[in-house]
Design a protein around this ligand. Structure first.
Ligand code: ZN
Length: 746
């Protein structure tokens, strides 16, 4: 039959016997019989049509060939069939022009049997001799404005954009587009565009093999969005077909980003990377899990290990060190000439031993794929041969160091040369210099390499991660286990969970490097994978930025690592509060013992937070993310500082903003024993009454039990509950940190 919404748009042929509609009782799709464009996408439960009835009839795919002569010319023939009530097959063939006579494009769209989800798969045949840059599929245009829209992205940790359509509309460029690459920008493969009161779009992929892919939105002149997933085949002129090993997943949901994260978690937690996660398998050393606080300092051991050791004594719990600028070379230009350390090997080894005797473990910074092309070793080791080549055979170089302008060049993870080089550096760091492991900067990123001599697939594909896995295996086979070394990495990503022990998710302090904007940091990655990946890190600092002593003296600011303006103190509290309730290992940047007195309230808050957290590790380290109870929390305009380690260049190292933030933070976690822990903390200097209700069914808890509170006064019974209804009232003291435990009756 013809749908009325279509009647005006396509010539609907009722005589060919097939109805291009599939419906599973939850969602319904209809495709144009003219060219296969999606024209109906209905959520049947909530009675919502996602697509504008005036949308244009664009093909649901697009192919970008590397050679101009392969470009597709329309028209083409379109055929279709319905394999079963939930599955449609769409086929395009007989393209115009000599070069694509053999080409056929086939799409299979299948609805889930039970859920409001669908699976989209594309296959290309007759591709022999062609180089394909991109196969966009699915491409769905005409998404109407949901009003009060939010876009949740697993951008490393997670980001929530308010009014993404408005952001796109305000772009000055003709092309109004937002795009992200997985795995580089995205830690998992799921986006959610929603109006929490109305309806939402769930946009994902079920790739288990970590192929690079892009997700994007474009805004058209009618204020409709086009969603695209871009697939990137590697170049293989001999292959006569291409079909991704995975499907795009498109669905509808009612809820918010947490609802979408829960949906994705159902799938993600079943995948190999979860089963093989080093954390879940207990492959990381106890000291890592026992870390109460990380100190992230820079420079010589006096500036790093000594303050950390002092802080450990003050805290009375394990403090470990994340160490930058220990190396002999200047930061962001001299890599990988890390050794010997800048203070001299003997001094470094001695300081390391002393810190370890006092129970302080240290991991040291080394970039996972960059080589400074102004270094001597770049020439003598002929590194360029093993570097990443772009599609034109050029090196990929970038000058991060604004003082010298010297650049770093990407080395190719697919080469044995680089794996051997990085392994030998790691051996030096652990076996010779006695560190407790390596932090691999830019670890959860991938690069595209077209060097045919490297032996990997050409261009795109998934060889970077495979080779990263080989690299970490090789490192672990060579480094001594005496120091119980770990491998940490920048960013978080599902696919890296079997290879890294620890993930740096700095978005918890994103304002420090991005200022403020229309985004809000959310713990998307932790919501999906908390019990499979330990996350840490925070730019949270109470001092002005340090300056690498190996950078040009003339740019050195006079006020390095001096207390920041106290107006920014509350930003520090806010960042620490987020990291506590979001289940991260707390971290302070650029700690010095003078802060114990000069920023006493902030340091006391951090130490208190670390102590309370330590009593709830079964929730805050090992627990599964739950939606925190809804609470009325006052907001306040905070002074926000943006500062960078490179900001001293023009004598201006802090940019200030103001934005409203909540004065209390909450996060809920479920332990393996079934208990629920609600981390709660105030950053206000005033008392704050907190009330909340929990329906035990929301947390899958039995109907009765007891509620305890852990805070500075110890652990005590707060109340008990029955008949599934939990009511908690607690007066938070100024800057109180507490953990509320829900213990069901046996
Ligand atoms: Zn390569």
């Amino acid at each position: 039959m013809c749908f009325t919404v279509l009647a005006a748009l396509v010539s609907c042929n009722t005589n060919n016997g097939e109805d291009l509609t599939i419906d599973n009782g939850k969602i319904k799709f209809s495709f144009s019989k003219e060219n296969g464009s999606l024209v109906v996408f209905q959520d049947l439960i909530h009675g919502y049509e996602f697509l504008d009835d005036k949308k244009t009839m664009e093909l649901p795919w697009e192919i970008d060939f590397n050679q101009a002569q392969d470009s597709l010319q329309l028209p083409l023939d379109f055929e279709y069939s319905k394999l079963d009530p939930l599955t449609l097959v769409l086929k395009w063939e007989n393209f115009k022009g000599d070069n694509n006579k053999e080409l056929t494009v086939t799409a299979e769209i299948k609805l889930d049997r039970d859920k409001a989800l669908s699976y989209w798969k594309i296959s290309l045949d007759g591709t022999q001799g062609k180089e394909i840059n991109t196969v966009v599929f699915p491409k769905i245009n005409g998404f109407k404005d949901l009003r009060q829209e939010k876009l949740a992205l697993p951008k490393i940790m997670g980001e929530l954009l308010t009014d993404p359509r408005g952001i796109l509309s305000a772009k000055k460029t003709e092309e109004k587009r937002m795009e992200w690459v997985y795995p580089d920008h995205l830690s998992l493969q799921c986006l959610a565009l929603y109006n929490a009161d109305k309806i939402g779009l769930y946009l994902a992929s079920n790739d288990t093999l970590t192929y690079r892919k892009g997700f994007s939105f474009d805004l058209d002149g009618a204020n409709n969005l086009t969603y695209e997933m871009s697939n990137y085949p590697s170049f293989d002129a001999n292959a006569n077909s291409y079909s991704p090993t995975y499907e795009a997943v498109i669905g509808s949901f009612k809820g918010d980003w947490i609802t979408a994260a829960e949906e994705y978690r159902e799938w993600g937690s079943q995948q190999k990377w979860s089963a093989e996660s080093r954390f879940k398998k207990g492959l990381n050393p106890d000291w890592l899990e026992e870390t109460a606080l990380w100190v992230w300092n820079r420079g010589r051991s006096d500036n790093v290990l000594l303050p950390a050791t002092e802080l450990k004594e003050k805290l009375g719990l394990p403090v470990n060190v994340f160490w930058h600028w220990w190396h002999g070379c200047s930061y962001d230009e001299g890599f990988p000439e890390y050794f010997p350390p800048r203070e001299g090997g003997e001094s470094f080894i001695k300081a390391m031993k002393l810190a370890q005797q006092k129970g302080v473990h240290s991991i040291v910074y080394m970039n996972s794929f960059q080589w400074g092309d102004s270094t001597e070793s770049w020439k003598t080791e002929n590194a360029a041969v093993h570097a990443v080549k772009d599609i034109n055979g050029n090196l990929r170089s970038h000058a991060y160091n604004i003082f010298t302008g010297n650049s770093l060049t990407n080395m190719c993870m697919g080469t044995q040369f680089w794996k051997d080089k990085y392994t030998s550096l790691s051996e030096s760091a652990v076996n010779t210099y006695g560190t407790n492991g390596v932090y691999m900067d830019q670890a959860c990123m991938t690069k595209v390499c077209y060097d045919k001599a490297h032996g990997h697939e050409i261009g795109n594909g998934n060889y970077w991660l495979k080779n990263f896995g080989l690299l970490t295996d090789q490192i672990r086979s060579k480094i001594s286990i005496v120091k119980e070394p770990i491998l940490a990495g920048e960013h978080g990503n599902e696919s890296w969970m079997p290879y890294l022990d620890l993930f740096l998710t700095l978005q918890v302090s994103r304002e420090r490097y991005s200022g403020i904007g229309q985004w809000e940091t959310i713990p998307f990655f932790q919501a999906v994978y908390h019990e499979y990946a330990i996350t840490y890190g925070n730019y949270s600092s109470l001092v002005t930025p340090p300056y690498d002593e190996l950078w040009p003296k003339e740019f050195a600011p006079s006020n390095q690592e001096q207390p920041l303006d106290p107006i920014f103190n509350k930003q520090f509290l806010m960042e620490q509060a987020r990291s506590y309730v979001w289940g991260m290992q707390p971290t302070i940047s650029n700690y010095h013992s003078f802060l114990d007195t000069q920023r006493k309230e902030e340091i006391d808050y951090l130490l208190n937070l670390a102590k309370i957290r330590y009593q709830g590790l079964k929730y805050l380290l090992h627990g599964k993310f739950l939606r925190a109870p809804s609470m009325q929390i006052p907001e306040e305009e905070l002074n926000i500082s943006k500062l960078s380690i490179y900001a001293g260049r023009k004598g201006k190292n802090v940019t200030a903003y103001k934005k409203k933030y909540p004065l209390a933070y909450a996060g809920a976690w479920k332990a393996d024993d079934g208990n629920v822990g609600i981390a709660l903390t105030s950053i206000s200097e005033k008392h704050m009454l907190i009330n909340f209700d929990v329906d035990t069914k929301d947390y899958d808890l039995p109907s009765s039990g007891e509620i305890y509170i852990i805070n500075n006064d110890g652990r005590k019974l707060l109340t008990s509950y029955k008949d599934h209804a939990i009511t908690v009232e607690h007066q938070l003291k100024p800057r109180e940190v507490c953990l509320i435990e829900i213990i069901p009756s046996p």
